[in-house]
Design a protein around this ligand. Structure first.
Ligand SMILES: [Zn+2]
Length: 302
């Protein structure tokens, strides 16, 4: 066994120190303009109506407190992701996210995209302004990732090597164009894209594993994967840990902080469980997932 998992958030920092891991790099968190965040939280308050289960947001705090929670957890770098649910939002959300990333210690500038005229120009400007990660939310956005209006944008990202965290799986609800087969067509057209399959493609874990093995730039994030809350709804394949043995350098820490219905440490415990379940994973896997690989994607220097 590599290590026991941290029992709660308060133990995470000393746990990292014991393992010699310099800090957590979280590629999938959410920070939004206050007005938008209030709407997102109001949606989660109605989770029973939308998803059929309650979703009490664990870290429903003022922004300054949320940033302090991340620091206290030993998160040294994080990608604060934004995403539009309708046209006319992507450009100003991106402007906000680039500014937020530039003025917030630990945060990296990020961007988002939506199929509408001018989307490639706005994305290119964001990348030139330093955006180091892009969120593409196929489910909430309700758009087709193969839309010709996005084709140039995918090209911009592939060219720049900027990772796109893509929520293209059917969970928690199927969208009009969710499905890893649909996103697979984008990859077939842009095979050099550095893509991070959000939630490891939940619930299509098998298809996610397949895309990772087919395309060297495809990764998976751990967001909500393997925790008790989601195991009830979308359980991992029984041989999950073994399946990661050959692709251990393509898994990156993601959490959905602050919008999760359980403590952050539970996500870490799930990852520790995989590391311990297969001898080929172990301590090297843990360090790669929690720090090295997401750090490489986000081009951090620590
Ligand atoms: Zn998310």
């Amino acid at each position: 066994m590599v290590a026991a998992a941290p029992a709660d958030d308060g133990q995470v920092r000393s746990w990292l120190a014991e393992l010699g891991i310099p800090g957590l790099v979280d590629i999938h968190t959410h920070f939004l303009p206050p007005r938008v965040l209030r709407k997102v939280w109001a949606y989660f308050d109605q989770a029973r109506v939308h998803y059929g289960v309650d979703w009490p947001i664990r870290y429903r705090h003022a922004e300054v407190t949320r940033l302090q929670v991340l620091r206290d957890l030993g998160v040294t770098t994080f990608a604060p992701l934004v995403y539009p649910h309708k046209p006319g939002m992507a450009a100003w959300l991106t402007e906000w996210a680039v500014d937020f990333g530039n003025r917030t210690p630990g945060a990296v500038p990020t961007a988002t995209m939506y199929p509408e005229p001018g989307s490639a120009e706005s994305l290119r400007a964001a990348v030139e302004a330093g955006a180091r990660c892009v969120k593409v939310h196929v489910q909430v956005g309700g758009f087709d990732p193969r839309d010709p209006l996005l084709d140039e944008s995918w090209g911009v990202l592939a060219e720049a090597g900027v990772p796109a965290v893509v929520h293209c799986g059917h969970g928690p609800l199927p969208g009009s164009y969710t499905g890893l087969d649909v996103f697979g067509e984008v990859l077939a057209r842009h095979p050099r894209l550095v893509a991070v399959l959000a939630h490891a493609g939940m619930p299509e874990y098998e298809s996610a594993l397949e895309l990772v093995s087919r395309y060297p730039g495809v990764h998976m994030d751990t967001t909500m994967v393997g925790v008790e809350y989601t195991e009830r709804l979308a359980p991992l394949p029984r041989d999950w840990a073994a399946r990661l043995a050959d692709i251990g350098d393509r898994i990156v820490l993601g959490t959905d902080f602050p919008n999760i219905p359980y403590p952050y440490a539970e996500q870490l415990a799930a990852i520790v469980g995989w590391a311990n379940a297969d001898d080929r994973l172990g301590a090297l896997f843990l360090r790669a997932v929690l720090h090295d690989t997401p750090g490489k994607l986000l081009r951090t220097r620590s």
